[in-house]
Design a protein around this ligand. Structure first.
Ligand code: ADP
Length: 265
C-alpha cells in the first residue's frame, strides 16, 4: 500500500489539516514486474544468438582463417543464428503492434475458411518437410468481424506449432464451423489439432505467457521464439473471442478459437 500525506493550508472546512491518501498498488507493482521480466527475457533471448555470432566472428578472424571447410560450417551456423534473431525481432514488433491495437475493435470481416485455406497452402512445404498430412474440414461462409491479416497470423502460428511439435509422419487437422453461443452471442470456431505428444496438463494454463515453453531446448531447435501463442492470445482478445487449449499427454493437442460471428445478412 502506498500512503501519501498532504498537509492542507488553509485547513479544510471541518478544521482538518491533513489528508492521508491510501492506495493499493498491488496491481501496479505486478504490472511493473511483468514489464521488467519481459524486457529481461527479451534481452536474454537476443543475447544468446548474438553471443554465438560474436564468438564465430572471432574464430573466423583467427583460428579458422585458413580452413575453408570450418569457415563454411561456421558461416552456416551464423546464418541460422541471424535468422533466429530476425524471427525474434519480428515477433517482438508484432506483439507490440497488436498490443497497441488491442483496444480498438477490428475493422472489416474475414471468412475463416478462406483464411485457413490460404495459410494451409502457404505452409505446405513445412508440413511436407515432416511428412505430415493436413486434413481440412472447412465449413464455407463462416465469417467473423475480424482483421484478416491478424486472423491469418493466428492460423499460421497454430499451424506452425502443430507441425513443429506434432508427430513426424502424423496428421494435422484444421476445422472451421459455426460455434456455440457465448454470453448470448452467436460464434464461429477455428480448431487446429495434431496427433503429437501433446502437452502435460500443468503447463496448459501458462502456454500463452510470453516466452513460456514446455521444453526451451526443443522450441529453439525447431525455430520457436516463445511468443507465438502470446500473439495468438492478444489477437483473440482484441476480437473479443476465446482460446481454449485441450491436450492429454500422448494424445495430441487441440487449439480452439471461438470468435463472435458476423451479423447475418
Ligand atoms: P514457441 O515459439 O516456443 O513455439 P509458442 O508460444 O508458440 O512458442 O508455444 C509455447 C510452447 O507451447 C511451445 O514451446 C511448446 O512447448 C508448446 N506447444 C505449442 N503448441 C504445441 C503443440 N501443438 N503440441 C505440443 N506442444 C505445443
Amino acid at each position: 500500500i502506498a500512503a501519501q500525506v498532504i498537509p492542507m493550508d488553509p485547513p479544510l472546512a471541518d478544521g482538518g489539516r491533513l489528508v492521508i491518501l491510501l492506495s493499493d498498488r498491488t496491481r501496479e507493482r505486478a504490472l511493473e514486474r511483468m514489464r521488467a521480466d519481459f524486457v529481461a527475457n527479451a534481452s536474454h533471448e537476443l543475447r544468446t544468438p548474438l553471443a554465438s555470432l560474436i564468438g564465430f566472428i572471432e574464430t573466423l578472424r583467427g583460428p579458422a582463417e585458413d580452413d575453408p571447410a570450418a569457415r563454411q560450417r561456421f558461416l552456416g551456423i551464423m546464418a541460422e543464428q541471424s535468422e533466429r534473431m530476425r524471427r525474434l525481432i519480428d515477433d517482438l514488433l508484432g506483439l507490440s503492434r497488436i498490443e497497441m491495437t488491442e483496444h480498438q475493435p477490428p475493422v472489416g470481416e474475414a471468412d475463416l475458411a478462406a483464411v485457413a485455406q490460404a495459410e494451409a497452402a502457404a505452409l505446405e512445404p513445412l508440413y511436407r518437410g515432416r511428412d505430415m498430412r493436413l486434413d481440412l474440414a472447412l465449413a464455407p461462409a463462416v465469417a467473423a468481424p475480424a482483421d484478416a491479416e491478424q486472423l491469418a497470423q493466428v492460423v499460421r502460428n497454430l499451424l506452425e506449432n502443430a507441425v513443429r511439435y506434432g508427430r513426424e509422419g502424423g496428421q494435422v487437422r484444421i476445422e472451421t464451423g459455426p460455434g456455440g453461443r457465448q454470453a448470448g452471442r452467436a460464434g464461429v470456431t477455428l480448431t487446429v489439432s495434431d496427433d503429437g505428444p501433446g502437452i502435460p496438463r500443468e503447463h496448459i494454463p501458462r502456454l500463452t505467457e510470453r516466452f513460456y515453453r514446455v521444453d526451451t531446448g526443443r522450441s529453439r531447435r525447431v525455430g520457436g521464439t516463445g511468443l507465438g501463442l502470446a500473439i495468438v492470445k492478444h489477437i483473440v482478445n482484441r476480437h473479443r473471442g476465446q482460446l481454449v487449449i485441450e491436450s492429454e499427454e500422448g494424445q495430441g493437442a487441440r487449439f480452439k478459437v471461438w470468435l463472435p460471428a458476423a451479423p447475418a445478412r
